[in-house]
Design a protein. Structure first.
Length: 84
């Protein structure tokens, strides 16, 4: 999945328009409920487990940052485990 496809996922889940992939999601109008829904959707789509505390890192709070985190998790084999 490339950045534009990831941005489309963010737009679908969060009902916002991503005009800049590096812009913090909160600046796009994404609230905490949308953030939770987005994390769940990303975990389901990519079969990875994301640490909610990682989202406290401001560099990860954009569409591009979240995609980098997903790619990092995939590269390290941090897939979601059954029953977690």
């Amino acid at each position: 999945m490339d950045q534009s496809q990831f941005d489309q996922l963010v737009e679908e889940i969060c009902a916002v328009q991503v005009t800049d992939s590096e812009m913090p999601l909160v600046d796009l109008g994404v609230d905490s409920l949308h953030t939770v829904a987005l994390v769940m959707a990303v975990e389901d789509r990519f079969a990875v487990e994301l640490d909610p505390d990682a989202l406290a890192d401001l560099s990860l709070t954009s569409s591009a940052g979240l995609m980098r985190l997903v790619h990092e998790r995939l590269a390290t084999g941090a897939h979601a485990s059954a029953g977690s």
